[in-house]
Write a protein that binds this ligand. Structure first.
Ligand SMILES: Nc1ncnc2c1ncn2[C@@H]1O[C@H](COP(=O)(O)OP(=O)(O)O)[C@@H](O)[C@H]1O
Ligand SMILES: Nc1ccn([C@@H]2O[C@H](COP(=O)(O)OP(=O)(O)O)[C@@H](O)[C@H]2O)c(=O)n1
Length: 232
């Protein structure tokens, strides 16, 4: 069967990666978490002190150093989940911290950062057979993707899901801090000039507020079967 490109965009912490990973595993596609790439660049900025005291970014320094930021993914054999590597170091844990979450959106709003990462993302998908989740996959990275999903859920539910995720990792953070970060990131992501977060006209909208993980997995598989069946 012809391999396609599947783009899963949407708001922070609604379950995009979970759905994308589950489907990719089931149909034997590559899975790419584009958000992890923006988080890795943000971690690089934190580790190389490219943030000023007021939280702004030393943009020129970062632009000069973009060529030295190598991001790659390796599958964790135990969990079958991808691990994110920054310049050869496994940073999967660190990129998920609230420190990175509270710095990533301004980094992701920089045009030269987006150009560099989108080029890499498009390279990864050139053979198709890929599921990629993020904010601009169906609008900017793969506008011709054969299947586009846009996921949303109430901010409260999304914050609750992230709260439980961090708690399970032993990264305790207050629900209010997480809710604020989720809403703040969505506001910045939707209002930036470069590739703002928005639903592609041909994307299928899913509000998974009331859906369980198995239900959303089933729903996505059905969309995939329709898309590949229709494309014969
Ligand atoms: N439908 C759902 N119901 C409850 N929890 C969910 C659901 N989908 C995902 N989750 C959980 O919510 C957290 C965030 O999911 P994730 O896939 O990382 O979201 P995103 O990729 O949109 O940020 C994870 O802990 C995940 O297990
Ligand atoms: N394709 C993408 C993916 C993420 N991002 C940025 O990276 C941040 C983190 O993305 P993420 O998918 O890891 O965030 P969560 O939805 O997991 O909280 C987002 O808030 C965006 O600012 C982006 O601009 N474009």
């Amino acid at each position: 069967m012809k391999k396609i490109i599947i783009a899963i965009d949407g708001f922070s912490s609604c379950g995009k990666s979970t759905m994308a990973k589950d489907l990719a595993k089931e149909i034997g596609y590559i899975y790419i978490d584009s958000g992890a790439m923006y988080r890795a660049v943000t971690l690089y900025c934190l580790e190389n002190r490219l943030f000023n005291a007021d939280g702004s970014i030393q943009e020129e320094a970062l632009r000069q150093q973009m060529g030295q930021i190598q991001i790659s993914f390796q599958l964790n054999p135990e969990t079958q989940r991808p691990m994110t590597f920054l310049n050869g170091k496994n940073v999967e844990e660190r990129i998920r911290t609230m420190e990175v979450s509270s710095h990533v959106s301004p980094v992701a709003a920089l045009g030269f950062v987006r150009e560099a990462l989108v080029r890499q993302q498009q390279e990864m998908g050139k053979e198709k057979g890929i599921v990629m989740d993020g904010r601009d996959i169906g609008t900017a990275v793969f506008p011709d993707a054969e299947l586009k999903i846009f996921v949303t859920a109430s901010a409260q539910i999304r914050a609750q899901r992230r709260y439980e995720e961090l708690k399970a990792k032993g990264q305790e953070a207050s629900f209010d801090e997480i809710l604020h970060n989720v809403e703040e990131r969505d506001r910045i992501d939707q209002n930036r000039t470069v590739s703002p977060l928005r639903k592609a006209d041909d994307a299928i909208l899913l509000d998974n507020s009331e859906m369980t993980i198995p239900e959303q997995k089933e729903w996505l598989k059905e969309q995939f079967e329709k898309a590949t069946h229709a494309s014969h």
